[in-house]
Design a protein around this ligand. Structure first.
Ligand code: FES
Length: 220
């Protein structure tokens, strides 16, 4: 609200300045005319009287037109600036809780990369390192070193960060490079319709013992 008020005040101030300039220009012209220093009527004789500079009507109207053009331009830009503040900056972010298909669609032993681009997760269907059960987990695609986005290398069977070379096993545990800890997991469960439900509002960190939390994996 303050921003809108600020924009309106700025617009009014700009218009007042331009109006004041127009008034000053017009007043100056009429003052010169009154003092007979300029005339809108061409002189017919130069034999007598003080020197009077002839200013054509066209020149006067050009100056006035210029002033009003400046006024119109400033009014339009002020209106545009005010209008811009009427619309908030909208950030289109994907939902933090989303459905990620049915468990049968995530093949055992595989890393499912379908949801990386839009939601920033990998679904991994494999042996869970803590319980030893086969489960599906939702791994974050954020490198735990400095936040770059690693890639899943199917041939090498590892996640590899392009920034400083950190590497993670398929289960998300780090084994090479400068990263000090494994990838993070997000909460995963089954929705009412049987689809996988991932909740990025809840994360689980291996080093804090949170991977043993049943909300961090989905037994299959
Ligand atoms: S940010 Fe990934 S290794 Fe540095």
């Amino acid at each position: 609200m303050n921003a809108i008020l600020h924009a309106i005040l700025l617009s009014v101030a700009m218009m007042l300045i331009v109006v004041a300039l127009n008034v000053v220009i017009a007043a100056s012209i009429f003052k010169l005319i009154n003092k007979n220093q300029v005339s809108l009527i061409p002189k017919t004789s130069s034999l007598s009287g003080p020197t009077v500079r002839f200013v054509s009507r066209r020149a006067v109207f050009s100056w006035i037109s210029l002033g009003w053009a400046a006024f119109t331009a400033s009014a339009l830009s002020a209106t545009a600036a005010t209008g811009r503040f009427m619309f908030p900056n909208v950030l289109f972010e994907p939902p933090s809780t989303f459905k990620a298909g049915y468990p049968r669609e995530v093949q055992p032993g595989r890393v499912d990369t379908r949801f990386k681009e839009r939601f920033g997760i990998w679904l991994v269907h494999d042996k869970e390192p803590i319980s030893g059960d086969v489960a599906i987990v939702a791994l974050s695609d954020i490198c735990t070193h400095l936040g770059c986005i690693p890639n899943w290398l199917e041939d090498a069977q590892k996640f590899k960060c392009p920034c400083h070379g950190s590497g993670y096993y398929k289960n998300g545990i780090n084994f090479e490079g400068p990263t000090p800890r494994p990838l993070e997991r997000f909460a995963i469960s089954l929705a009412d319709d049987g689809q996988i439900l991932v909740d990025k509002n809840r994360k689980f960190q291996y080093e804090k013992g949170e991977w043993s939390n049943p909300a961090s994996f989905l037994r299959t």
